[in-house]
Design a protein. Sequence first.
Length: 356
Amino acid sequence: MKILVTGGAGFIGSAVVRHIINNTQDRVINVDKLTYAGNLESLVSVDKNERYVFEQVDICDRAELDRVFAQHQPDAVMHLAAESHVDRSITGPSDFIQTNIIGTYTLLEATRAYWNELSAEAKKAFRFHHISTDEVYGDLPHPDEVALDTELPLFTETTSYAPSSPYSASKASSDHLVRAWLRTYGLPTIVTNCSNNYGPYHFPEKLIPLVILNALEGKLLPIYGKGEQIRDWLYVEDHARALYKVVTEGKIGDTYNIGGHNEKQNLEVVKTICSILDALVPKDTPYADQIIYVSDRPGHDRRYAIDAVKISNELNWQPEETFETGLRKTVEWYLTNQEWCQHVQDGSYQRERLGI
C-alpha cells in the first residue's frame, strides 16, 4: 500500500510513520505543514528510506493537495493533522477552526475528487481513516461524584458528543464531516477516537513532557486545581499499532475507540514522574517538592475513560505497555534526547502557561 499520512511530523503522526516504515512494506507520503508542533527531527530514523517521502503542504491548500494525490496515487489516507492543545485553543481558537474543520473539509474534498477517478477495484479498496480524540465526548462522572458501589461508565463508540473546549468542538465537527462524506458521497471512511497519548517526541506543552523538562531544570511543576482530573493514558507506539490495524483491517463506516486501560489522576501522573526522576537523576531534595497548585483551566473536563473492547474483539489489538513501563520509557527517552527537546522549543513558546 501507499498511505498518505497528514500531520506525519507531529507526535502521533511521526509514531505512525515510523511504525509503518519499520514494520511493514508499505510506502508513506507524509503531508505536514510543519507548524510549531511538527518536527522532521522526529523522523530522522526513517527519512532516508526509499519507501518514505515528505511533502510540506497545508491541508487547507486544495491545489497542493490535488497535486499530491495526482503525483503519489495513495491507496489510503490517515488523517492526523490537527491543532491539539486545549490550553492553546482557549487562548486562540481561530487556528483550531481553520485546521481542524476547514482543513478536514478541504482534505475530504480533495480525497473525494481523487477517489472518484479510481477504478472500481481501487475505489473499493481505498480507505480514509480519520484520527480523533475522546475529548469529543465531553467528560464522565468522577469517582467522587458517585456512590462507592457504582460502576463508573466509559466512553463507547456510541457515546453522545458533548465537547467542552474549542479544541474538542473543532474535532467533533471534523468527525461529523467525515461521517457525512461517507453517508452523502460514499467516501469509504473510518473514525478512531483515542485517549491521552504519551511517549517519545511529544511537544513539551503537554503534561508529561512539560513536567519532565521543568523538573530537570528545577522549575515549578504546576498542577491545575487539585490535580484530581482523570485521564486514560495510552503509549503512543501502542496507538500507532492500533491505527495501522484500523486502516488495514477496520470496517468501513465504523468507529473504534482506542484506550490504554490506564485511568490516572493528573497528580498521580506527576508524582510518578517525580519518583522515576528521583531514581534516575537523584538530587538533594525530591522532585515532588517542586509541585505547586494553580487555578484550573476554564471548562476543564474531570474524567475521560475509554472502553476499548470493540477494537480488542474485532481487530485483536491490545496495548503492550502498562502505564508504569511506558512512563519509564518516556522519562528515559527525554533524558537521552535533550538536544531534540531544545530544537523543538522555539522563541514563541518557553513552556509558559496558556489558556488563562
